[in-house]
Design a protein around this ligand. Structure first.
Ligand code: NAD
Length: 368
């Protein structure tokens, strides 16, 4: 691969304009060489704003461009998966927004397209690049290796949402009156899913895939994850799911809240301590997750949580880099991995597990 990765971007929607285009454009080892957008007027405005040399009327133009090493895409849920699949089949490396697919079958076809050409896929799970979550992951791994605070007894992922945009207003959004093309959905849904649950299923999947993906990262669970119980309201969104994540019981607590910030936290309990993290509103630039580490030491007796230690500490660790944006770090990681050949932290093969799990959650809940 060249020293500078030449990226072609597909789609000029909000995620492209507010997050990914400015981030890729700011990386020294990345060059935005082409853009694809079916809405011509919008594409031209965004092309001008970022000074991108070439504009194609849809993603297929990018795939034939030999001066494009990799493509990045953000578009409606099932559509971006099909664009990623076409790009991988054409031998282009891909950075794509989550979820990678809306069914296991669609996800497997995307991974197979990459395997057929050797092109690599990274799914943009930016929470794995938040320094707060990195600190949680490292602390959990360290305590598990040393056994110093006993075994892990529970993990919790809580997401009641709120305002994820944090009032972001820069860079300005280019707009257009042109209608967006229809986004294919039905043909990519799981075949067993009754049509009346399709919207809930996609809404729940696209939101909480972040939290399941983060739990698997923090607990180093890989594909070892299964559903034990699912209890959702008829909205198919609010409720509690109990999972086994790499041998650890974990709850996924979900719902909607009209909160002005972002109500999301993740906690891993050991027998004599915990690591707890609060996520920032997603589009709040350069804010990292807050981390609290609690431990009870000294003469606490392993296996007997009733015996309290004599030394209790709560640490509010400051993750490094302190002022950084997970979305920018994930873009830098993508470019760096392509330059060096290092593995992605969130490759398509791994993200497939999240899609599989959300089918399992809904099947368990609907008893199908
Ligand atoms: N990681 C996160 O925290 C996060 C947050 C919000 C959204 N997302 C993800 O971002 C995605 C949605 O992004 P968005 O809201 O910016 O999308 P959007 O629908 O606003 O934009 C998609 C653009 O792609 C264009 N397009 C469609 N088909 C095309 C094709 N074949 N070739 C070229 N252009 C094409 C459309 O005209 C549109 O302008 C979703 O998958 C969502 O899950 C992720």
């Amino acid at each position: 691969m060249p020293d500078r990765i030449r990226v072609g971007y597909v789609g000029c929607g909000m995620m492209a304009q507010r997050v990914h285009l400015p981030n890729f454009a700011s990386l020294p080892d990345c060059e935005l060489v082409a853009l694809a957008e079916v809405r011509r007027d919008l594409g031209e405005k965004v092309q001008r704003r970022y000074g991108i040399p070439r504009l194609y009327p849809d993603h297929r133009g990018l795939l034939d461009d030999p001066a494009v090493d990799a493509i990045a895409v953000s578009a409606p849920f099932a559509l971006q998966g099909q664009i990623a699949r076409d790009a991988l089949a054409a031998g282009k490396h891909v950075f794509m927004e989550k979820p990678m697919a809306i069914s296991r079958a669609q996800a497997e076809a995307i991974v197979a397209a990459g395997a057929s050409t050797g092109a690599r896929l990274m799914v943009a799970y930016m929470k794995r690049f938040d320094p707060g979550n990195e600190l949680v992951q490292a602390t959990v791994a360290g305590w598990r290796a040393s056994g110093e605070l006993g075994p892990v007894v529970l993990a919790r992922a809580h997401g009641f949402c709120g305002d994820w945009t944090a009032g972001i207003d820069l860079p300005p959004l280019e707009a257009s009156d042109e209608p967006a093309p229809p986004a294919p959905t039905e043909e990519h849904l799981p075949p067993w899913l009754p049509a009346r649950w399709a919207a809930s299923y996609v809404g729940y999947l696209q939101q909480y895939t972040h939290n399941v993906n983060l739990l698997r990262f923090v607990l180093d669970a890989g594909d070892r994850v299964r559903v034990k119980h699912a209890d959702l309201d008829p909205d198919g969104y609010t409720g509690v799911v109990i999972l086994d994540v790499g041998g650890v019981r974990a709850t996924l607590e979900t719902g909607r809240l009209r909160y002005y910030r972002w109500d999301e936290h993740t906690q891993v309990y050991f027998e004599r301590g915990w690591v707890h993290t609060w996520a920032p509103p997603l589009l709040l630039r350069n804010a990292v997750a807050e981390v609290e580490i609690y431990r009870s030491d000294e003469d606490g007796v392993p296996g007997d949580p009733g015996r309290r230690g004599t030394q209790h500490t709560i640490t509010r660790a400051i993750p490094e880099p302190r002022w950084s944006w997970a979305y920018k770090r994930e873009a830098a990681h993508f470019v760096e991995c392509l330059r060096t050949g290092a593995p992605f932290r969130s490759p398509g093969e791994d993200a497939l597990t999240d899609v599989r799990l959300f089918e399992d959650i809904f099947r368990t809940w609907l008893q199908i």
